[in-house]
Design a protein around this ligand. Structure first.
Ligand code: AMP
Length: 190
């Protein structure tokens, strides 16, 4: 079983690459952004609360996303592996993930970071906003806020995995298939 954290700022290509990894390796995809948007679409109390923060480009509380991930891990006991996309986004979430993993006798094999600069991210997200229907992709100020949240709260998560000897970086600018080949080369070494 291989469990991978796909890391990078909003617009780095995590969703696109996750889809290709699912097709190739049969991993279960756990995207906290997708799970939160599903809660919003279902009109749950959790979704309503999360929406207030997501609409401002601010992270939702750690307990909320950790609880959702815990449920998903438990409801997929036969998974070939998990690909974590957009989670963990804080060091506290990374610590909780390690605890959840060890409770289930599994572990994170590694973090793969997609590296893309802020100007390119903003461009990509504004283009995505034209088709994704996501309000948070359509407003440049909100995009910059999300990148700021990433830089202040999420970047330290890379150090957390570096400390465990589990960090690899891939250039996230270029052809989608080339980037994918780079990611697979890392995974195949785990
Ligand atoms: P994403 O689809 O990953 O870009 O996430 C969209 C929004 O959902 C983010 O801007 C956050 O407000 C929220 N979100 C998603 N994942 C997390 C997480 N792991 N921790 C906190 N907030 C999150």
């Amino acid at each position: 079983m291989q469990n991978i954290v796909l890391f990078g700022p909003p617009g780095a290509g995590k969703g696109t690459q996750s889809q290709k990894l699912i097709d190739k390796y049969g991993f279960v995809h756990l995207s906290t952004g997708d799970l939160l948007r599903a809660e919003i679409a279902a009109g749950t109390a959790l979704g309503l609360e999360a929406k207030q923060l997501m609409d401002k480009g601010i992270l939702v509380p750690d307990e909320v996303v950790v609880g959702m991930i815990d449920n998903k891990i438990k409801s997929n006991p036969d998974a070939k592996g998990f690909i974590f996309d957009g989670f963990p986004r804080t060091v506290a979430q990374a610590e909780s993930l390690d605890k959840m993993m060890s409770q289930n006798n599994i572990k994170i094999n590694g973090m793969i970071a997609l590296v893309v600069d802020e100007e390119e991210l903003t461009k990509r997200l504004l283009v995505r906003g034209q088709t994704s229907g996501r309000a948070d992709d359509q407003n440049e100020e909100l995009i910059r806020k999300r990148v700021q949240e990433y830089n202040s709260k999420t970047m330290p998560v890379a150090d957390y995995y570096t400390g465990q000897g589990k960090y690899s970086a891939i250039d996230g600018i270029g052809e989608i298939d080339e980037i994918f080949t780079g990611i697979c080369a890392v995974i195949d070494q785990f």
